[in-house]
Design a protein. Structure first.
Length: 189
């Protein structure tokens, strides 16, 4: 059983590039530039695009699916997007493809995937960063429940008494500003 769980490493993954030290130096320069807060400095990908010459390499094409003028949670819309994704996966000759949805659409897509198995088994359906962040806030809220912190926020007018449950359950995006305040209060207390 352990033989089937071991990760096989391809030879190319173990080979280090000849100019590895150059790449490490470039990364260090980028990190130091951010540490010194240099103005108009792009993020890592943009920084590397500025210093590299890719004229002889093929450009990557990014495109979007044709918009469908129906509710995105409509079962037929979700099914159509999943089928289009399978076609794209085949066109680019990949074994699987990922789709990022918000929570409401992901629920529908996962139900379709379970019902239509194995047709959509090669689709990796995941939540976008917003819903992952809100789930994270919900987890933090469970730790903070009944510790008295919500009472302190209500008495200091940071949070209305009717909003305590929404804050602790991570349901209100506009309440996310309270989490950094809690962190700073813990750090400097």
């Amino acid at each position: 059983m352990t033989d089937s769980l071991e990760i096989s490493i391809h030879e190319a993954e173990e080979t280090l590039p000849e100019n590895l030290q150059l790449y490490k130096n470039i990364d260090t320069i980028w990190m130091l530039s951010h540490a010194y807060l240099l103005p108009n400095l792009p993020m890592w990908v943009g920084f590397n695009c500025l210093i590299s010459n890719n004229e002889d390499k093929p450009k990557q094409v990014v495109s979007y699916l044709t918009p469908i003028n129906l509710s995105p949670t409509n079962i037929s819309v979700v099914l159509e997007i999943m089928e289009q994704s399978l076609k794209i996966r085949d066109e680019v000759k990949q074994s699987c493809i990922q789709i990022t949805y918000d929570l409401a659409i992901a629920k529908v897509a996962l139900q379709i995937q379970a019902t239509e198995a194995p047709k959509f088994d090669n689709l990796f359906i995941h939540l976008g960063p917003f819903h992952i962040k809100m789930s994270y806030f919900k987890a933090i809220g469970k730790f903070m429940a009944d510790c008295g912190l919500s009472n302190v926020m209500v008495h200091s007018s940071l949070l209305a008494s009717g909003s305590v449950a929404g804050f602790q359950e991570g349901k209100h995006f506009n309440r996310k500003r309270l989490h950094p305040l809690v962190y700073y209060a813990r750090t400097y207390a």
